[in-house]
Design a protein around this ligand. Structure first.
Ligand code: PLP
Length: 431
């Protein structure tokens, strides 16, 4: 049977022999005392250097005034300088009036938006969400662990929804939101999703926009973090949720978040919230109590460095040139080491920051543990599901951008060994 690639068809002796050979290779790696951290999706140094000129872009004698004449060194400009709104308006395809430019982190904006909803409600709420006996959120999974962490912190119950090739399982979503008025929202990473790299289909966008919700103040938290982060010259297209919501007669349904964290600097980017004017009016009133204005100097730096969507596009092509070979390497390794063996499957994203690997059920934790013992730290198994619990214990998020190609090569060898060893043990244990 050994001429079959599919490990499931090997007999016990062949599997045992193969396990021995792979174990020797694994032990050899363990003795090398490698130390590689691939747990988070961070840009590498070369990517950060692409934006280094931005730090020198404001000359010492610059008046540091925004185009409306306001002094960027002083207080004010609560929702951002006009030229930053113009830039994000092009990138996100919304009217500048429907934008609020913030500080460094879109995650902060998401956290604050949900916290405000809990404390005060959103536009149109009869009660603050936090005054209700229960608040629930739909969490298409695998998904972004930090979204789930915000829900956990605010005591919002999370309901797992399956991810399908075109986005969340809309049958599930529609039924749940129609029947349960304690479901107040859904987390979405609609383009090059974290971690699957999936872009929502037009149909998914339309159904999210028009679905009937038992909660009148239901909101879509649309985290468009990877909106311009393409890896190919034929990028995925995402239909505008904002326009779809308006067309469906639900203009206040969506909060769109994004940032330049992975365009310029994660440590010094600019974040943005796009929504209806009514939603933003309420948020601005609440925000005015929290701050007298964001870091407008950083906004100014950004618009001088990336004045329009075309500059952003060309800048992102430079990122892709650095990270595409890393994605290709991971995919080649998976194909060469795991392909056809029926022990793993993975997505081939056209953009974003991750590759999502699914092992045989019940193997992900063991693979991550074994990789860590051999010096490769991966994102914790389970992290891509609410409460850190992957019901099938099979999803592993691979973040290829930060390590060098040489490091990635070693890390993927180790990971593929771990997947094979854990799979053989699982197959044998079930015989
Ligand atoms: N949203 C998603 C889906 C992410 O993957 C990340 C970072 O990994 C963020 C948001 C963080 O964005 P920011 O740096 O703007 O807070």
């Amino acid at each position: 049977m050994k001429n079959q690639v599919d490990l499931v068809h090997w007999d016990a002796e062949e599997l045992g022999n193969h396990h021995r050979i792979l174990s020797e290779r694994y032990e050899a790696y363990r003795e090398q005392k490698i130390s590689l951290d691939m747990s988070r999706g961070k840009p590498c140094r070369e990517q950060l250097e692409l934006s280094a000129p931005m730090l020198q872009i404001l000359p010492p004698d610059d008046p540091l005034r925004a185009e409306d004449g306001s002094d960027c060194l002083n207080y004010g400009g609560l929702d951002g300088i006009p030229e930053a709104k113009a830039l994000f308006s092009q990138v996100l395809g919304v009217d500048p009036k429907e934008l609020l430019i913030g500080g460094n982190s879109s995650l902060t904006m998401m956290h604050d938006t949900l916290s405000r909803a809990m404390l005060h409600g959103v536009y149109g709420s009869e009660l603050p969400w936090g005054k209700l006996p229960k608040v629930k959120f739909l969490c298409p999974s695998p998904g972004y662990d930090r979204h789930f962490a915000i829900c956990e912190l605010l005591n919002i119950e999370m309901i797992v929804v399956d991810m399908l090739p075109g986005g969340p399982d809309m049958e599930q979503v529609e039924q749940l939101v129609r029947e349960d008025d304690s479901i107040k929202g859904i987390w979405c990473v609609p383009k090059y999703s974290n971690p699957d790299g999936i872009t929502y289909s037009d149909e998914t966008v339309d159904r999210l926009a028009r679905m009937k919700t038992a909660a009148a103040d239901f909101r879509i938290f649309w985290d468009d973090a990877y909106t311009v982060h393409h890896l190919t010259s034929k990028p995925d297209e995402l239909k505008s949720i904002h326009a779809a919501c308006r067309t469906a007669g639900n203009p206040d349904r969506v909060f769109i978040f994004s940032s330049t964290a992975k365009i310029t600097f994660p440590g010094a980017g600019v974040a943005v919230l796009a929504s209806s004017e009514r939603n933003l009016d309420l948020i601005r009133r609440q925000l005015a109590v929290q701050t007298i204005g964001p870091d407008k100097i950083n906004q100014l730096r950004h618009v001088r460095f990336l004045p329009d969507a075309d500059h952003v596009k060309r800048h992102m092509e430079k990122h892709a040139a650095i990270i595409k070979p890393k994605f290709d390497l991971v995919l080649q390794k998976f194909e060469a080491e795991l392909g056809g063996k029926q022990i793993a499957s993975w997505h081939k994203p056209n953009g974003g920051y991750f590759i999502s690997l699914n092992t045989l059920d019940g193997c992900a934790k063991e693979v991550v543990r074994m990789a860590a013992e051999a010096g490769v730290t991966l994102t914790k198994a389970g992290a891509t599901f609410p409460y850190g619990r992957d019901p099938r214990d099979r999803n592993i998020r691979i973040a290829p951008t930060f390590p060098s190609l040489a490091e990635l090569d070693t890390a993927m060898d180790i990971l593929c060994l771990c997947v094979q060893l854990a799979s053989i043990r699982k197959i044998l244990s079930e015989r």
